[in-house]
Design a protein around this ligand. Sequence first.
Ligand SMILES: NC(=O)c1ccc[n+]([C@@H]2O[C@H](COP(=O)([O-])OP(=O)(O)OC[C@H]3O[C@@H](n4cnc5c(N)ncnc54)[C@H](OP(=O)(O)O)[C@@H]3O)[C@@H](O)[C@H]2O)c1
Length: 252
Amino acid sequence: MTQRIALVTGGGRGLGKNAALKLASKGIGVILTWNSNEKEAQQVVDEIRQSGGKAAALSLNVGNISTFPQFVKQVQETLQTHWQSDTFDYLLNNAGVGINAPYPAFTEAQFDQLLDIHFKGPFFLTQNLLALINNGGRILNVSTGLSRFALPGYSAYAAMKGAMEVLTRYQAKELGERGITANIIAPGAIETDFSGGNVRDNAQLNAYIASQTALGRVGLPDDIGDAIAALLSDELAWMTAQRIEVSGGMFL
Ligand SMILES: NC(=O)c1ccc[n+]([C@@H]2O[C@H](COP(=O)([O-])OP(=O)(O)OC[C@H]3O[C@@H](n4cnc5c(N)ncnc54)[C@H](OP(=O)(O)O)[C@@H]3O)[C@@H](O)[C@H]2O)c1
């Protein structure tokens, strides 16, 4: 059987890295992207290869849509070189940054950066990659618990993720005729570098979130990487247009 292939944006660190490793451990080939940390992305590629898997890393700024046609060419070349394939199976739109500020103080520049990276980028990146996704393939977008509950400072970030949730339903509707599913995972607060590593490094915040979480702790990258691998498994191929929150029961 030919190897299934996933493209993971932002696969060098945090949740994307964890997902890339979990997908590779299930025998899936991985193309992961990096924006500022080539070295860390290459380390993930090396780790996958050392475990007997196949992986490659490409540079991508999801906030810069003018580069997407060139990126698509690089994906095509990578697919040919490493897999002798024209297409891939799973697209994980994971890359992102945490920018927060009180709503009254939010600047247009901050808003535009979030818009480009968290909504416009994934909207057009996915569109540019459609011809390379196999019929029967899967799109998994990444939202946040903050689209369900509100924490001060995240107005623009959460609104972009909310937009992605709506887009996910339209992707499911319009790509369904090709057998492509589109779903969106909404992690709760997870200990990564995100937002300056706040959730991981601020003990008071960490304890507060744990106290507001049914399962009694903050999320870890493994919680989300495992969930992503499960959501992309064959057993869930009939599920589409869904928002799946994976938060340990945060702010119920
Ligand atoms: N951690 C949380 O609590 C949490 C909760 C809910 C949702 N999320 C979402 O989960 C996703 C991953 O977050 P994370 O926690 O893994 O964050 P992270 O540890 O800060 O990692 C961010 C990743 O995104 C990449 N990236 C950042 N800006 C980019 C850009 N302009 N173009 C392309 N790639 C870019 C980074 O690449 P480089 O390393 O190369 O810069 C890195 O791989 C994001 O969409 C985030 O909104 C996170």
